[in-house]
Design a protein around this ligand. Structure first.
Ligand SMILES: [Zn+2]
Length: 76
């Protein structure tokens, strides 16, 4: 909202969306996590706290290009 993202191929406005993430039956929004996953269990060990930065995904309605942004949380 406000600053709309334009597709770098088509130069038209992209549609905001998100990637659903399901864990233990809970539906959440995929979040950005620092570091590289080396296997799920190991990754969990290194992850002290799950990231709270939600990934906003913009999709071009024309060519389907996706643009992902994990901006810092709005609450501060
Ligand atoms: Zn496009």
């Amino acid at each position: 909202m406000g600053d709309e993202l334009k597709c770098r191929r088509c130069d038209i406005a992209m549609t905001e969306g998100f990637i659903p993430a399901e864990s233990n039956g809970f539906r959440r929004i995929a979040t950005w996590q620092e570091g590289a996953p080396r296997g799920f269990l190991e990754w969990f060990k290194y992850t002290k706290q799950p990231s709270t930065i939600p990934i906003v995904v913009y999709r071009c309605p024309q060519c389907g290009l996706l643009e992902m942004i994990a901006a810092a949380s709005k609450e501060s």
